[in-house]
Design a protein around this ligand. Sequence first.
Ligand SMILES: Cc1cc2nc3c(=O)[nH]c(=O)nc-3n(C[C@H](O)[C@H](O)[C@H](O)COP(=O)(O)O)c2cc1C
Length: 252
Amino acid sequence: MTMGLNSELVTAIRARRSVRSYRNEPLSPDDESFLRALVDELSEAEGPSGTRLRLLLSTELELSGKVGTYGVIMGARSYVGAVTTNTPGSMLDLGYLFERMVIELTARGLGTCWLGGTFDRKSFAAGADHAQGEILPIITPVGYPAERSGLQDRFMRTMAGSDRRKPFGELFFDGSFDRPHAPPAAAGPWAKALELVRIGPSASNKQPWRVVLAPAGAASPTAAHIYLARTPGYIGTKLGFDIQRIDIGIAM
Ligand SMILES: Cc1cc2nc3c(=O)[nH]c(=O)nc-3n(C[C@H](O)[C@H](O)[C@H](O)COP(=O)(O)O)c2cc1C
């Protein structure tokens, strides 16, 4: 894996946003081989809980329009789907590994969009044989962002409030939940990584990650404890897999 927190990837984390409108053209041969190599590499990798993903790549899929992604994604022809078991650990690992892929693709100038709800699993999984107990929680389109984003794109962004993030002190804490961390610089060596967590993607932009740095009051905290603050009544909990645990993997 080529990934450390080098400046190219930090730039990509900052630049990434969900792309739902694509130029309706296939990937160049170079970009397609890059994507294939990345998919192969990540299928070999283990996430923090020790599970692996099975990544399915389709470069000739027509999921745009009403069937497929319910009109949410326009113009994309390549998609990557993640197949895994339905356990707490594998949801975490899915978030971690799939976000690595998303960041690497962003660094290459390719657009992506995490999709856990608005796609028809049957259209994607036709031909993909799942073993007993495996599920397909997430897919993403991969392609060249269109110059102008379509109506459906703006609608989804508005619905999820995608351009807003919670402030630092609402997500990150100094030693215990009654001590919000503000200003960011007070988080010492963690400040930069936490800021990158803050701007990361999450399902419906719920931003359920909370981090408590320890020990309290330290100029150089030595541990970051990540918590999941579940969103009460969130419709995403009806999907049959723990979508907010995927968000925690993304943060990791
Ligand atoms: C696990 C997960 C599932 C998501 N599912 C969908 C989805 O089904 N449809 C969609 O349009 N966007 C989906 N998104 C994208 C989020 O709405 C988006 O990341 C969030 O609003 C922040 O916007 P940004 O990615 O542009 O920064 C999902 C994101 C994540 C992390």
